[in-house]
Design a protein around this ligand. Sequence first.
Ligand code: MF3
Ligand code: CO
Length: 289
Amino acid sequence: MKLGRNDACWCGSGKKYKNCHADFDERIQDYKRQGHIVPDHSIIKNKAQIEAIRESAKINVAVLDYVAENIREGMTTEEINQLVDSKTRELGGIPAPLGYEGFPKSVCTSINEQVCHGIPSEHDVLKDGDIVNVDVSTIYNGYYSDSSRMFCIGNVSEEKMTLVRETKNAIEAGLKEVKPWGFLGDMGQAVNDYAKAHGYTVVEELGGHGVGIHFHEEPFVSHVTKRGEEMLMVPGMIFTIEPMINMGKRDIFIDEKNGWTIYTEDGKPSAQWEVMVLITEDGYEILSW
Ligand code: MF3
Ligand code: CO
């Protein structure tokens, strides 16, 4: 059944459709007719949802700030897990990873050649020269947020420091392409081009994702796609950009024993940052980083 122009808008704003998302839907349909992948209504957030997700993201940022203040050489990744778990709960949130598809801890901690989904352990001690990704995800009042940062422990080699810095810069390059009525492929190509120009490779099998109402929503956000391809970006979409960038080859494998942790095939280091963005009327807003 088609929504009448005087009916209440599907977004839940309470406004009439014609005064709310009618023109927006027309514009999306034009792209669809041209053969582009377009977002479904279910992943477009309204004002109230955006406000709620923004509050969740504030906690996510505060938890990462707390990790940044406390992370140090000699600490185990289980201690990071405890920092994240206690800070998240103190702020009224729930750590989203805990129990997610059976994940056993409240945060992912991935060291050196671990690409992502490292499981905190009392046996893994942060040592001088390590680079570690801490990936924090929060549920607050039922709304999800997700972002991650890299931390350098003690004296890190120039080579690894550069990987960490340029991985962040690759996201900045991608963000230049993030705007309404552009395509996710514009961003993906920018990230990949930037990484390649610095002699690195980008992991293809894993990527970012829509987020907010659920932990992982449509679309899958690849960092190796081509300009003009992939989903159309429209105001109200919220997704992560989280490239995993390898110093060596792009190939990866999964730890068969725990079923989670991803490693580089060649054993060389990998870095990842994760930013959570909202597409606005005229660009984007970073919700969590
Ligand atoms: N935080 C990860 C992401 O960026 C998801 C990890 S799933 C978990 O999407 F179960 F390991 F937490
Ligand atoms: Co994510």
